[in-house]
Design a protein around this ligand. Structure first.
Ligand SMILES: Nc1ncnc2c1ncn2[C@@H]1O[C@H](COP(=O)(O)OP(=O)(O)OP(=O)(O)O)[C@@H](O)[C@H]1O
Ligand SMILES: [Mg+2]
Length: 308
């Protein structure tokens, strides 16, 4: 749910592998991105002739979920992205509210807790009908962020245009379970792009305001929180411990008193290699050191939030 290329699809397949393969939960991963990068990365085509049964048939009530579910063989079931541009067109004909509820009604309400313990939705970087459907259907988000200047702008856009309106319509329900830095490679005791991202995430009131956009006392446009909020607590509740750096730690880093930490998730060649090999990282390189941290994100999903 962020502008392109920060790791959403990578997180979806890796977390699917952790929860389904390593932890034996019944997991369904759904590719809701018309570009279908996740589907490609698991070995599926994203276009077939229009008569193929696809997600639009399920959402319109003409087919069952089982008719479109695949088993890539990595511990989770998978709904590939197939003809999704047609799905968005179909949904756009419906009245606005009803069309945003389809994924919840047809996938989540019918199958979560029955056939599946967890459903993970991979969404496109731009907002469309399917993004709306995803946030309504799966109101617990994990947000990866890469150390690029546009990451924070992307998050502000997501917060003000998607999260805040959704929270206004579904009060109290939509949670950002964790926001996670991804693809880190530079040191953080100098003014690198990695440092800029980690420092913004770990110190800025505006960053916290994006996470809480739409809540009382939060102005994500201005980037401010009312006095009812304690900044450090908000950040503790949204940044996994492995990426959380508190003010005294920044001081110690800058004074050269401690070795600068190298927080996860690190830039990892095996992630690209796994994609080329059409496998999730959990299957391609099950001993990869970064999987420990994906495991901690899976813990957050299992607990429904960060446990201090
Ligand atoms: N930690 C990492 N180390 C190395 N490469 C990574 C890492 N995370 C993601 N990548 C690579 O970065 C690219 C973008 O990642 P990914 O496709 O998961 O992002 P996305 O948010 O789904 O993008 P889009 O919005 O385009 O769907 C991919 O080529 C992926 O293999
Ligand atoms: Mg993607």
């Amino acid at each position: 749910m962020l502008k392109g290329g920060f790791g959403k699809s990578t997180f979806a397949s890796t977390l699917g592998g952790i929860l389904g393969d390593f932890r034996d939960h019944d997991v369904l991963v759904v590719d809701l991105d018309p570009a279908g990068h996740l589907s490609t990365g698991l070995g599926y085509y994203t276009r077939e002739n229009e008569s193929a049964t696809d997600l639009s048939d399920v959402l319109l009530g003409d087919a069952t979920l089982d008719a479109i579910v695949k088993n890539p063989g990595h511990g989770f079931n998978f709904v590939p992205s197939l003809n999704l541009d047609d799905v968005t067109d179909e949904l756009s004909k419906d009245s606005v509210l009803a069309s945003d509820l389809k994924v919840k009604q047809e996938l989540v309400d019918k199958h979560l807790g029955e056939q599946y313990d967890y459903m993970l939705f991979d969404v496109p970087g731009t907002r469309n009908k399917l993004t709306n459907n995803a946030v309504v259907a799966a109101p617990n988000a994990i947000l990866p962020l890469m150390p690029a200047p546009e990451a924070l702008n992307g998050l502000r856009e997501t917060a003000t245009r998607l999260v805040a309106p959704i929270r206004a319509q579904l009060p109290g329900e939509f949670e950002i379970l964790a926001t996670v830095p991804n693809d880190l490679s530079a040191r953080i005791d100098h003014q690198t792009k990695d440092r800029k991202l980690l420092e913004a995430m770990n110190t800025q009131e505006s960053f916290a305001s994006y996470l809480l956009a739409g809540r009382d006392g939060v102005d994500a446009q201005q980037g401010t929180l009312s006095d009812d909020y304690d900044l450090e607590t908000v950040l503790d509740n949204h940044i996994p411990p492995f990426a959380r750096i508190r003010p005294d730690e920044w001081n110690a880093i800058d004074a050269g008193e401690i070795d600068p930490p190298k927080p996860p998730i690190r830039h990892t060649g095996a992630i690209g290699d796994a994609y080329e090999n059409r496998q999730p990282l959990t299957a391609y390189d099950p001993e990869n050191p970064q999987l420990e941290y994906f495991g901690q994100i899976a813990d957050i999903i299992e607990h429904g939030g960060i446990v201090q």
